[in-house]
Ligand binder design. Sequence first.
Ligand code: MD3
Ligand code: FE
Length: 204
Amino acid sequence: MTSGLRYLPAHLDPAAQRDFVELLRAAVTEAPFFTPIMPRTGRPFTVRMTNLGPLGWVSDRAGYRYQSTHPETGKPWPPIPPMVLDLWRKLSGYPQDPEACLVNYYRQGAKMGLHRDEDEEDFTAPVLSISLGDTAIFRIGGKERGGKTETLKLSSGDVLVMGGESRLCYHGIDRVLTGTSTLLKDGGRINLTLRRVTRPGATE
Ligand code: MD3
Ligand code: FE
């Protein structure tokens, strides 16, 4: 397994998972899911997204970037809830709080192609991922495209911490296994990724 990757299966118990979904329900009322667009092709992503925190990741014709406001409402993203920050403080080993919490929503048939997370300025901070709802087939490779890859099932309550070498590894979601969880009333899967965006000391 890729060095620096920590896999914490069932780190969140079912009660904690339900609490997270409740927090997200409120946040998504403030900052509704939007459909990102691939900058080169103009094709929509199959995953819908929103963000929490001072910065949010967006993608449109102009490119990929982090910005402080929702692309459709123009309002600042809602804050990252304290329960979510607590998880980062406990597991990230990083002295500063995350600036972005990207919320990915996978409905039936949604997937995410192999990519690297490289729109951040600070790669010394890990990315922390929280899976909720239906199980996903997660694929991870090496730092170069085209190398060998392996898969891991991510189930509701699983947490992944991608630090060290793993931070710049190619990864994606092959598919989501419909009906494997009852956590989300309408089914599907939600993934949260907590990220540090700016270099240490730049904003705090
Ligand atoms: C490995 N999300 O939002 S989370 C993404 O399940 C993203 O929605 C997937 O890839 C999802 O960018 C995977 C797990 C993850 C996140 C970041 C990583 C794995 C990673 C960064 C480096 C290596
Ligand atoms: Fe990613």
